[in-house]
Design a protein around this ligand. Structure first.
Ligand code: MG
Ligand code: ZN
Length: 221
């Protein structure tokens, strides 16, 4: 079997570029997050809300990965971010090379927070580190409570979990205890932000966490 070493080499090349991205972001004191989710979980709504709130105090840039169209980047720009679209041309995830290219097009000396919106997909984005400081999974109530059991890889690898659309809990069969148990098996004590981008419930802890991390990433004066 020759395929396995080939894949390992691709992944380790990706990891090296991810490290270079991280160093570049650190040099400029930029705090960066990578948002991953299935399509329709509300990544772009989360981006819009986060940009609108954080742009009051910080300079925010958004890199939007999509298979086609610039709809999401347009929404991020309208919310007040410097926004850049990456069309992956059919690829179902972003990788570190794409971020290398995108970072060259942004003036990082004028950015405090970089939000990367990955392509909607719960499988391969988990395998490609980008070099961002925090990898974040956006789950949502209508997707169902079995997702940690079905997509363990992505739940295992993330630094924080957003559980969006909690306003829909009364209307869909979602067992929070079952969901939470699945998450805890894979990623004990995972930082979790239950919220609704629609009603704004639960968003303050999320904003505060981002603010705190931006401050920590800034070079000491
Ligand atoms: Mg989107
Ligand atoms: Zn993919």
């Amino acid at each position: 079997m020759k395929t396995i070493p080939v894949i390992e080499n691709i992944l380790s090349a990706n990891d090296r570029l991810a490290l270079a991205n991280r160093n570049l972001l650190d040099t400029h004191g930029v705090f960066s997050i990578n948002l991953m989710a299935s399509p329709g979980a509300g990544k772009t709504s989360l981006v819009e809300n986060t940009v609108r709130e954080l742009a009051k105090d910080f300079r925010v840039a958004v890199i939007d990965g999509d298979i086609a169209t610039s709809i999401d980047a347009d929404r991020a720009a309208a919310a007040g971010a410097q926004a850049l679209q990456i069309n992956t041309g059919g690829d179902c995830h972003l990788d570190a090379v794409m971020l290398v290219d995108a970072l060259q097009k942004i003036d990082l000396s004028k950015v405090d927070l970089l939000i990367v919106e990955n392509v909607g997909n719960l499988v391969c984005p988990a395998n490609f580190k980008l070099g961002t400081h925090k990898n974040i999974l956006v789950a949502s109530i209508p997707e169902g409570d079995d997702k940690p059991y079905k997509y363990p890889g992505i739940y295992r690898g993330v630094d924080a979990l957003v559980v969006n659309k909690i306003d829909l809990l009364p209307y869909v069969p979602f067992r929070m205890d079952y969901f939470t148990r699945g998450v805890e098996i894979l990623n004990p004590e995972l930082l979790s932000f239950p919220m609704s981008c629609k009603t704004q419930e639960g968003m303050i802890p999320w904003y505060n966490w981002i603010r705190e991390n931006i401050r920590l990433a800034r070079p000491a004066v």
